[in-house]
Design a protein around this ligand. Structure first.
Ligand SMILES: Nc1ncnc2c1ncn2[C@@H]1O[C@H](COP(=O)(O)OP(=O)(O)O)[C@@H](O)[C@H]1O
Ligand SMILES: [Mg+2]
Length: 424
């Protein structure tokens, strides 16, 4: 087979790489290679910095690489959370190809994340497992059978006060028009087994006593129940009488609270009864994100948008109260960007990615104010973020966060510490 080079970015630096040589032999003195720690992997993965971007290069057999490239392109077209394919280079000598993906900025592999979080802080681990379960639900809803869902094949990034999981390894994946229950169950079994392996791997590295391993197995099994709980909410078809049709509203609110937009609401009765069956076509998990985007043009994560919208609404209410006049959402949003968001992001510019840092500022200000019984202001919150003296979420804080997100918990200092570094 000859060389077949396919790049989706016309980056001269990528084109200049020594594609004819095996990836292992690339020389760091000639190629802009970057040492980036990677999760457990089968194949050789190396990273290159060129033309202002970072790329992940993975060398693997041609057939598998082609399949993975196609699946990743498909996931991109459906805007699903996965690494983005940037190229596929079939090498002429051996049966090898190099799959190029865009480096997922500010992402974490589970091992580095869990090893930084004290093992007794199971709330953080739970959050990680929620993120993985909800990723698999998202993928399944779009017909992707993963085939190797694991912590090692996933990257995590902060999204407001929750974690967003991304698929990174699609070697074993297939896309179908829809998945059967059997296919889904098989994928869940694979996930549970792999997660158990991943958690035990971390425990061994941390020299945790084997007595605690039972707890890890239970945690791994919980990923299956987390998946099922979310799947059931999304696919529930409640039945009620015509007079109780107000229940439609609460069903929709429940989906919105979980971040899902609603595509279509369908009420059908079978002949001869007054019982209605409610079917809701659930759209993408971008309910708050698309609302914020419509108002402001900002493109942020669903978890971040949830927080920013609350901030925007609070600003709007404040201005309306002061001026005793109504302010339209669109003008409130524009003023909020200029008067609140931009200055706020500038003040936390040294604390990481600006949107996420601003979300942290809001959360920490809220936690501190709650503790103090009065608004402590931005300065106190910024100081706490800098010194990492963020108070643990109070019981009330937890309740609010839980109500807003289903099962997730609020930010705590360890989590912040663990995830505040830009470089994994
Ligand atoms: N686009 C990317 N951005 C960031 N990290 C990546 C990317 N692609 C791969 N990695 C890192 O490389 C590791 C191995 O990648 P993976 O596709 O799972 O390879 P393998 O087939 O060898 O298992 C991942 O766990 C991740 O840490
Ligand atoms: Mg892998």
């Amino acid at each position: 087979m000859g060389l077949d080079l396919r790049l989706r970015s016309t980056s001269p630096g990528l084109l200049a790489l020594p594609w004819l040589q095996p990836l292992a032999t690339w020389d760091a003195t000639e190629v802009p290679l970057r040492d980036v720690p990677v999760g457990p992997s089968r194949h050789l993965v190396r990273f290159v910095d060129t033309d202002g971007a970072r790329w992940a290069l993975k060398e693997l057999p041609v057939r598998i690489a082609q399949k993975e490239y196609a699946v990743l392109r498909d996931l991109e077209a459906r805007a699903l959370p996965a690494v983005r394919p940037a190229g596929l280079v079939v090498q002429p000598q051996e049966d090898t190809a190099i799959l190029v993906t865009r480096y997922l900025e500010r992402s974490w592999q589970y091992r580095r994340l869990l090893m930084r979080i004290p093992p007794d802080q199971t709330a953080h681990r739970d959050r990680l497992l929620d993120a993985l379960a909800s990723l698999l639900v998202d993928l399944h809803r779009h017909g992707l059978f993963w085939g190797d869902c694991s912590l090692a094949n996933t990257l995590f990034s902060r999204d407001g006060q929750v974690l967003q999981a991304y698929l990174v390894d699609a070697e074993t994946s297939e896309i179908h028009p829809r998945l059967s229950n059997g296919q889904r169950a098989h994928d869940i079994d694979i996930m549970v087994e792999n997660v158990a392996g991943g958690l035990v791997d971390v425990a061994l590295r941390l020299d945790q006593p084997p007595e605690q391993f039972d707890d890890l197995i239970a945690a791994a099994e919980s990923v299956g129940s987390r998946y099922q709980a979310l799947w059931d909410v999304l696919h529930a078809e409640p039945v009620f009488s015509y007079d109780d049709r107000y229940q439609v509203e609460s069903r929709i609110r429940q989906l919105h609270d979980l971040g899902f937009a609603v595509d279509e609401v369908n009420l059908v009765s079978s002949a001869g009864t007054d019982q209605l069956r409610l079917k809701v076509a659930v759209a993408a998990r971008r309910y708050h994100a698309s609302q914020l985007h419509d108002l402001t043009g900002l493109d942020v994560g669903e978890g971040q948008a949830r927080i920013l919208l609350l901030d925007m609404r609070a600003f709007q209410a404040h201005v309306q109260q002061q001026s005793h006049t109504d302010m339209a959402d669109a003008s409130a949003a524009l003023r909020w960007i200029d008067e609140v968001l931009r200055p706020g992001m500038a003040r936390v510019a040294d604390l990481g990615e600006p949107i996420q840092a601003y979300c942290d500022l809001l959360e920490v200000r809220w936690l501190l104010s709650e503790q103090a019984g009065a608004d402590v202001g931005d300065e106190a919150a910024i100081a706490a973020l800098r010194d990492r003296t963020v108070p643990p979420a109070s019981a009330a804080g937890m309740a609010v966060a839980e109500a807003a997100t289903g099962q997730l918990v609020a930010l705590t200092p360890d989590m912040l510490e663990a995830m505040s570094h830009d470089e994994p």
